[in-house]
Ligand binder design. Structure first.
Ligand code: C5P
Length: 327
């Protein structure tokens, strides 16, 4: 019986390999990619799974695999530095004037200043890593989601997010805190700072804000000259990841992706199970924050296509790639 089952598996494997080769010959790239990914992921039924959860994010799913590219490493490291091609896209987001050579000098300084990490990536068959991605929507007010957020292995917050005084609704743990200079806040010593750089000066700011505080940072908004955070836990998003999200996930809608959608796709790359809280504008399309008393409705932004981003979230939820908690 065992031998018969093993023979059957080999027959299926040979058949799939034969289709793969045929597709290669006909250069049918889309079908080939599906089959290749299926073979990659088929360890689930041929031997073992890619993670230890009941379902793994990267399980075979055509709609998801059309967008998800696991070879795109989210974080900047010496081994995964920014290419000139991605720089040429990125430099237009917020008028970067450094030039590629100028950028590379700053990148080099970054690697020389912090032990820049890229933990959290690679899934492991023996691990089921659950993540809570917590946006800043005021739909968290009164939600009592705190314990459901804190129970996750990794809790990801962003920008001006705070927990003190809001624990019942938003929880109290923070594993990763995503920010850019203009949205920076002080962090606890155990929290990883994840910089989302939108221009070369943002990386210069990070170096200064965690060391001398001497940089005069010129931008559309004032940024704190210094912040408190653990220098050993600094991570920086590779701008090429922004390009990937803009092209593959947003199909170029909006000028560039919002922090919220970037964080969401990041979580698809570093988690095995994703639970999403605090996303959703109010009925007029305003992005209000849970910690604010709203006097006038605000926080609209021309750069991001909020409807498209929210629909993408809904689609991911419909395809059971994440679970949405809507407040
Ligand atoms: O406003 P801020 O950019 O700090 O919020 C972080 C993210 O939280 C946003 O990019 C968005 O995805 C999400 N958000 C939301 N609805 C709100 C406020 C924030 O979906 N009302």
């Amino acid at each position: 019986m065992a031998a018969w089952s093993s023979n059957k598996k080999w027959t299926v494997l040979c058949f799939l390999l034969w289709i793969t080769v045929t597709c290669m010959l006909y250069q049918n790239q889309t079908t080939f990619r599906y089959i290749k990914t299926f073979l990659d992921n088929s360890t689930g039924f041929l031997s073992s799974k890619t993670c230890a959860c009941q379902k793994c994010l990267t399980d075979y799913h055509p709609w998801f695999l059309e967008r998800f590219n696991k070879s795109v490493n989210p974080f900047l490291t010496r081994e995964n530095s920014l290419s000139s091609e991605a720089y040429n896209w990125w430099k237009n987001l917020q008028n970067d004037h450094a030039g590629f050579t100028g950028y590379r000098q700053v990148e080099e300084k970054l690697f020389g200043t912090f032990p820049i990490g890229a933990d959290f990536v690679d899934p492991r068959p023996d691990r089921c890593r659950t993540c809570a991605v917590v946006g800043n929507s005021d739909n968290l007010k009164g939600s009592r989601y705190g314990p459901m957020i804190d129970i996750n292995d990794v809790v990801i917050r962003m920008n001006g997010a705070r927990t003190k005084g809001f624990e019942a609704d938003v929880g109290s743990r923070t594993t990763l805190h995503v920010m850019y200079p203009e949205s920076a806040v002080d962090l606890a010593n155990t929290t990883h700072l994840v910089l989302f750089p939108y221009k070369t000066p943002d990386i210069r700011w990070l170096i200064s804000a965690l060391t001398t505080g001497s940089l005069k940072f010129m931008s559309y908004k004032q940024a704190k000259a210094r912040i408190t955070a653990n220098k050993d836990l600094v991570m920086v998003l590779n701008p090429a990841f922004m390009k990937y999200v803009h092209e593959k996930w947003l199909e170029k809608h909006g000028s560039y992706p919002s922090t919220g959608i970037l964080t969401l796709v990041l979580s698809l790359h570093i988690c095995d199970e994703v639970n999403v809280f605090g996303y959703g504008a109010d009925k007029d399309g305003n992005w209000n924050h849970y910690w604010e008393v709203i006097e006038s409705k605000h926080h609209r932004s021309a750069q991001h296509n909020r409807n498209y981003e929210y629909n993408l979230l809904t689609e991911l939820s419909d395809h059971e790639k994440l679970q949405m908690f809507r407040g």
